[in-house]
Design a protein around this ligand. Structure first.
Ligand SMILES: [Zn+2]
Ligand SMILES: [Zn+2]
Length: 287
């Protein structure tokens, strides 16, 4: 049995195993060594954030039963995509595919901040008034579907090995829970880790209410794209304890913590004034 067969036959247990172990690990770490005290009730946020994850998983399985892995198999059968056309050593194809998929996720993240209608969807992730392991899994259903469509397109163009797709999805899921966790990591360790992975302190800057800070550190997984493209920012001006998390447009639990509010956010108000063609540099301009 090849590694791809093993991964395909055990995809669901592999995914769930990683999800629950990393989630559990980060949740315990948050309790033992929290970085910031939480603003909203943890029970309310967790129930609603995880409720959204559950709902998204159902919708995704219904609309995309084959998902990304199925697309990779299909591309291989059809001979579509770069790595099905130009033969490369297996591990080169796996590493290059994981790297390139991570770049496309970074680019997608930049675009959902820049394009007003996409920012409406992505506001759901940013409206969380706190920053913890459940923030990392909290995205509007339409953004999850958009991500899947983009991923399918990238896989069809790239033709990655199936193993690369599973590895990428499992790693991304794990790092997203890690770098959203409300955990304290010693400064020296954080500085070291930042060279290879996006750390909680690095990604927390991206959840700042300040326009310039939220428009930095778009990486979810590898920290290199932000450094390469000039969107890296080491620390928030107000410090990790003093910074305000969230967005200006939504500041109440009705919108920021409860599921009906989260699902409604894309359809409410203006797309705020910092998306690509809405920049006014008027800090008091409320939507
Ligand atoms: Zn973002
Ligand atoms: Zn985030």
């Amino acid at each position: 049995m090849t590694s791809s067969d093993f991964v395909m036959n055990n995809e669901l247990p592999i995914r769930l195993g990683f999800f629950f172990s990393i989630f559990g690990l980060m949740a315990v770490w948050e309790i033992l060594a929290p970085s910031r005290s939480l603003h909203a009730s943890k029970i309310v946020r967790w129930t609603n954030n995880l409720g959204l994850v559950f709902f998204n998983t159902l919708v995704l399985r219904l609309l995309f039963p084959a998902a990304a892995v199925g697309t990779a198999f299909f591309a291989i059968e059809q001979g579509w995509g770069w790595f099905n056309y130009f033969v490369a050593p297996f591990w080169v194809a796996v590493l290059a595919s994981v790297l390139l998929m991570d770049f496309f996720i970074w680019l997608q993240h930049v675009m959902v901040h820049a394009v007003p209608v996409l920012w409406r969807l992505h506001r759901v992730h940013h409206a969380d008034l706190d920053f913890d392991v459940t923030t990392g899994t909290r995205f509007h259903t339409l953004e999850i579907l958009l991500s899947m469509l983009i991923k399918v397109a990238v896989i069809v163009l790239l033709g990655p090995p199936v193993l690369a797709v599973v590895l990428f999805e499992v790693i991304l899921n794990a790092t997203s829970m890690f770098n959203h966790a409300n955990v304290k990591i010693p400064a020296a360790l954080d500085r070291f880790l930042r060279h290879i992975v996006v750390t909680p302190d690095m990604h927390r800057v991206h959840h700042s209410i300040e326009d310039d800070e939220i428009n930095s550190n778009f990486g979810f997984n590898l920290p290199w794209w932000d450094r390469l493209f000039g969107t890296y920012r080491a620390e928030p001006r107000a410090g990790h304890q003093g910074m305000t998390i969230g967005i200006r447009a939504f500041r109440t639990d009705k919108w920021c913590s409860w599921l009906p509010g989260l699902l409604a956010i894309p359809f409410v108000g203006k797309a705020q004034n910092y998306a690509i063609n809405r920049r006014e540099w008027d800090r008091d301009n409320k939507p």
